[in-house]
Design a protein around this ligand. Sequence first.
Ligand code: HEM
Length: 314
Amino acid sequence: MGADLHEQIVDSIEDLQGAHEGCRRVHAKGTLLDGTFTAAPGASELTRATHMSGEPVRVTARFSNGSGKPDAHDGAKDGRGLAVKFYAPEGATTDIVCITLPVFFVRTPEDFLEFTRARRPVGDTGQPDPELIGAFVEAHPESLPAIQLSLAAESAESYARLRYFGIHAFRWIGAGGAETLVRYRWEPEAGIGSIAEEESRGRSRDYLGEELLERVAAAPVAFTLHVQIGEEGDPADDPTAAWPDERESREVGRLELTGADTARERDGDVLVFDPTRLTAGIELTGDQIVRARSHAYSVSVERRAGIPRPAGLG
Ligand code: HEM
């Protein structure tokens, strides 16, 4: 993998969404909450990760729109994100970074670059060339499920009423060394809701963030964490491929967000969520996208915050 592939990936995103000072190159607009995560009793049987021990752990959660445009209307057709940072008891942090799609568009960073370039607006139309996208999909039928799901999505009613998926598989390692292949899913306790795009356009530009802050001021916003458990032969390395619906899902914890975050992203603090920031008891699979994310996020951090990429991140 060329050292500058991730720079090219972020360049291609900027070609679509622009480069907005101080903003993440995608998921530019977000709202931060704080609270706690408490693992369910069964979680520690599957992983020795300390945030899964059952003791409440402090968290920072960021809800976001997928777009790189910080002034986009919240009703726009878009994926939404929920990134959670767990402050583990020993002082380390670990992140789970999810979106509202259960599968991803591509399997490799090279395909991501090709797909993003195919979506570049042509001329002064502001629209992509349908032929380029068609050619990409024809060569990459694995991208169809994610494309179809994102086209079918309605506008969000509330960040608190969406289901968020981790997409990649991770290996959970138990105290005795037993390995379990898992995929994360956050289920909203407020139920699932969406609204027609037309209705959302009648709401204020920032209605999702405003609604979330009003909601959390009145009562905690809660999600349960579920892991879908992979079986022998289920693809561990392919973020475009869902596992069969009948695979066991286990509830492994509860996120309770209690208020607006007042600690992070102030006075020069740079907050970065990275799905490869793991902890003992959780490991990556061979999925190429999850590793590429870490590098691309570092490029974005360097561009938005002026911080050189941490050593070793390529
Ligand atoms: C190769 C594929 C991907 C690329 C190149 C990419 C790129 C990026 C970049 C550049 C950022 C901004 C990072 C920062 O400045 O801190 C970002 C943020 C984010 N990405 Fe991705 N991404 C990819 C795949 C995914 C996938 C598969 C998911 C979900 C499973 C995801 C979820 C998110 C979320 C939720 C954020 C916002 C995190 C926050 O609130 O700080 N991304 N992505």
